[in-house]
Ligand binder design. Structure first.
Ligand code: ADP
Ligand code: S3P
Ligand code: MG
Length: 185
């Protein structure tokens, strides 16, 4: 087994992945957790385990109820007993409560280009917020949220062509260049 990455040493905060839909929060998050020997949790997976599929929930209850439930799931997950890698849904940062909690975490924004989004989102059917025009909606939502992601992030991973494992190594390198937080502060 590989030794824990140096990024792991002395970092007791959760590593939280935020960013636009398709940026790899779920996929890269799982691989990063394996790399760092940390547990991985994904707020959308918790949501689905509790409430069933997200598109069906949106149809029945609407986005507002989804956001309220998402906010409470994220709070539970951030209160994890062990430092974990936590992948959030792309809209989780819309909650001011969540943004306040993120100040205590090590937050990484994963970014991607519109071309990458077009390739990765497919017909958009698993993400009800994208509606009938997935790429057009993605572009509009990206513009609305980009600054929020940047304001929440300790590290911004700019778009690149790295596939999942290479993206993980790029994140580990970025973590190694990020100062540990002084535990006395
Ligand atoms: N760095 C990457 N290179 C290639 N494909 C990727 C990369 N990151 C994610 N993907 C693919 O893009 C799709 C969306 O990724 P996902 O992890 O669900 O994103 P998010 O959770 O941010 O919406 C998945 O099919 C995933 O395999
Ligand atoms: O950006 C959003 O508003 C959403 C993103 C999705 O997660 P991913 O960002 O993991 O695709 C999921 O939470 C839901 O469909 C809403
Ligand atoms: Mg996801």
């Amino acid at each position: 087994m590989r030794q824990p990455a140096p990024a792991e040493r002395g970092e007791s905060r959760n590593i939280v992945l935020i960013g636009p839909m398709g940026s790899g929060k779920s996929t890269v998050g799982a691989a990063l957790a394996r790399r760092l020997h940390r547990p991985h949790v994904d707020s959308d997976h918790f949501f689905v385990a509790r409430h069933g599929a997200i598109p069906a929930y949106f149809s029945l209850h609407g986005e507002q109820d989804f956001r309220a439930e998402e906010e409470s799931i994220v709070a539970e997950l951030l209160d994890s007993p062990r430092p974990s890698v936590i992948s959030l849904g792309g809209g989780a940062v819309l909650s001011a409560t969540t943004r306040a909690l993120l100040r205590e975490q090590l937050v990484i924004m994963l970014d991607l280009t519109e071309d990458q989004a077009a390739l990765r989102l497919g017909d958009g059917s698993t993400r009800p917020i994208l509606g009938e025009d997935p790429v057009g909606s993605w572009r509009r939502i990206y513009a609305e949220r980009e600054q929020i992601y940047r304001d929440c992030a300790d590290i911004v991973m700019t778009p690149d062509d790295a596939h999942i494992d290479a993206r993980v190594e790029n994140i580990v390198r970025a973590l190694n260049h990020t100062p540990r937080r002084d535990p006395n502060v």
